[in-house]
Design a protein around this ligand. Sequence first.
Ligand SMILES: Cc1cc2nc3c(=O)[nH]c(=O)nc-3n(C[C@H](O)[C@H](O)[C@H](O)COP(=O)(O)OP(=O)(O)OC[C@H]3O[C@@H](n4cnc5c(N)ncnc54)[C@H](O)[C@@H]3O)c2cc1C
Length: 425
Amino acid sequence: MKLDSYWLDTAPVFSEGVQGPVEGRADVVVIGGGFTGLSAALELATRGVSVTVLEAGRIASEASGRNGGQCNTGVAQDFASLAAKVGLEQARSFYRAYESAVASVESIVSRHQIDCDLVRTGKLKLAAKPGHFEKLARTYEVLRREVDPEVELIPPDRMRSEIGSDGFHGGLLQRNGVQMHMGKFGVGLAQAATRHGARIFEGAAVTQLKRLDGERYELTSARGVIRADRVLVATGASRVGPLQWFQRRMAPVGSFIVVTEPLSTQQLDAFFPHRRSYVTSLNIGNYFRVTPDNRLLWGGRARFAMSNPRSDEKSGNVLRKGLAKYFPELANTRIDYCWGGLIDITVDRLPRAGQHEGLYYSMGYSGHGVQMSTHMGRMMADMMSGSEQANPWRSLPWPAVPGHAGRAWTLPLVGAYYRLQDILF
Ligand SMILES: Cc1cc2nc3c(=O)[nH]c(=O)nc-3n(C[C@H](O)[C@H](O)[C@H](O)COP(=O)(O)OP(=O)(O)OC[C@H]3O[C@@H](n4cnc5c(N)ncnc54)[C@H](O)[C@@H]3O)c2cc1C
């Protein structure tokens, strides 16, 4: 078993990065080469803006290359609960922002001919307890009436046409969702950006950020110093560099994944006939899908712990047991990959984007960021051209997470709370 991301292990190598030192100036410097930063760089470069990306490690090798591979519509929280908190109109606009985000991914892939195995599959949310189906049915009514007429409720007696497991008690199908190979998409984005003139430096962690006169900035990185008129902070859950203001506003939470050996077509047809993206209804639940080469990718929070190879392996064992519980026939299937990553969670699980002390930023996607990070990269390019309205999250204040200084000491407590909720409700 490789303690490495399947997406990164099976992606082509990005070899178009700049080899020399970081120096000179750019109209825009983007800090972070995940989907947010690469998508922004691509959009800016196609508009003729001179843009440099400074990436601490390899491009798309953090959350963007370590995720569950789901690219769906829908906000991270239940739509009805969100509408109760922020009002129906606002909740609708957030939901539509996710629809636009899926469309952004599709249009970037098609416009730049990125070879990343993109397919339209939809997402099936699975009721893990009988009572959860009642909640899904209520959500279905509100979604269908208010914002998504395509949504479908799958009653318990029709579940076998959707999934080869008796562990679920009905489901909610949202059709507007795609799947792709995350590693190929990341490399494809970076290659398209460089083709349009963006300069990408890997191994260039930004360690210092100084504001000069007016709107200009000087950034010191591991590979040299550069000046920029504008800076986009696209650093996700990272705790590297001089970005504490952002780090205090998101809790980094570990999420973990295992990937099996390739399954036979017969097995896939029996268990996952429509090859959808699946997510269970528990707080500490699971997400899963089939990879382009027919493996099962099975992920979840597993343990409230940070990600490192030892921790990932322990989480992998928890995940394997969960997989066997829902699909006993796959209990002895070989696990070929196991890894983890950090999710940038805000208190209300909604993203944040805007400007702080002149720096542009977009982050806090709270585990629903494949589509939104890609979309927001484009939107940040619009914002830098003066279009405030392009930012769907502009109305949201962003207080610090109470008692959180950027570290993760609260994780076990949060984990215990959610586990208890799953047992009780
Ligand atoms: C295990 C896991 C499963 C997930 N599953 C899903 C899913 O199925 N569906 C979904 O929609 N979302 C999912 N997500 C979330 C999604 O992957 C992210 O929201 C999205 O990729 C965020 O992209 P990003 O570019 O903002 O951040 P990242 O991909 O984290 O990129 C940030 C980059 O900034 C770099 N950086 C940080 N600090 C510095 C610095 N000081 N100088 C230079 N560079 C720096 C980092 O090295 C990193 O490459 C998952 C995340 C994880 C971890």
